[in-house]
Design a protein around this ligand. Structure first.
Ligand code: 5GP
Length: 260
């Protein structure tokens, strides 16, 4: 098989039609963007690491009963997924105040929150993904009902709980992260979609508070790929000795997929 037609191209990923109705292929690019596309660069190897890290986390979430769009990883840069209509809402979960929260509300950077905070932003690049309330989401029909919204919020907290434990076990503080959900095109189930990776989370080393995430790119801290690699190593995804920057990546090949 080869990939079907391109359905969508975002900042860091491309979605192609998959081999069967309702499936897609999610391709991870090396492109990094920040501040609503104003800052752009190519970080060689980032797509490969995010593909592996996201696969690891989504598979683990699946094992605790969170249904996700991931069917399986196909190769270094691609995953077979269930195609979803993504709700135009980003769910941000925060354990420690930093980033836009501190800027918006003047909260001291690094304040530990008493309880995880779930925020919502409307996915709209032209408007800069503004923070919105539950009432906005329901009023404008971005999610169909209050029950669905509450169900998703509950999942966000469960995911936070699980991921905090997973990262804490490898010496990383899960500061905050972004999730996206959607309704499967064919079966209409709500699934966790998109990716969970150092591009979408803030991850700080427990003792040094060194940033191991996309803030290295946003804030020009350097050593981006080394930080992502460190996350992958600690999670046991890549071997201690592997150095992604030294690996030469050819064109991804899709294996074992036949178009019906
Ligand atoms: P903040 O609102 O502080 O900028 O971001 C909160 C968390 O959500 C961070 O972990 C950040 O990486 C993630 N996040 C928020 N919006 C986006 C987005 O549009 N793209 C990505 N990759 N991550 C986001």
């Amino acid at each position: 098989m080869n990939k079907g037609k391109k359905l969508y191209e975002g900042k860091a990923k491309i979605i192609y039609e998959g081999p069967e109705n309702g499936t897609g292929i999610q391709h991870f690019k090396d492109d990094a963007t920040a501040f609503n596309n104003q800052k752009k660069a190519t970080v060689e190897g980032k797509g490969v690491l995010n593909n592996r890290i996201s696969e690891h986390i989504l598979n683990n979430l699946n094992q605790i009963g969170i249904e996700t769009h991931l069917i399986k990883r196909l190769n270094m840069r691609e995953q077979l997924i269930t195609l979803c209509e993504i709700f135009p809402v980003e769910f941000i979960v925060r354990n420690i105040a930093t980033g836009s929260l501190t800027k918006r509300l003047g909260i001291a950077d690094g304040t530990i929150l008493k309880r995880p905070l779930v925020e919502f932003s409307y996915k709209n690049d032209d408007l800069g993904d503004p923070v919105v309330s539950k009432e906005h989401i329901l009023e404008f029909g971005w999610i169909d009902s209050a029950e669905t919204l509450d169900w998703i919020i509950d999942k966000c907290l469960r995911i936070n709980d699980f991921m905090q434990g997973m990262f804490r076990g490898v010496g990383i503080k899960l500061v905050d992260f972004k999730l996206e959900f959607g309704r499967a095109n064919v079966k209409r189930k709500i699934l966790l979609a998109d990716e969970i990776s150092p591009d979408t989370c803030r991850l700080w080393d427990v003792s040094s508070e060194k940033k191991l995430d996309k803030d290295r790119f946003r804030k020009d801290l350097g050593n981006i790929i080394q930080a992502y690699q460190e996350v992958a190593r600690r999670l046991g995804i890549i071997h201690e000795e592997t150095n992604i920057s030294e690996v030469k990546f050819g064109k991804p090949k899709v294996v074992n997929i036949k178009k019906k």
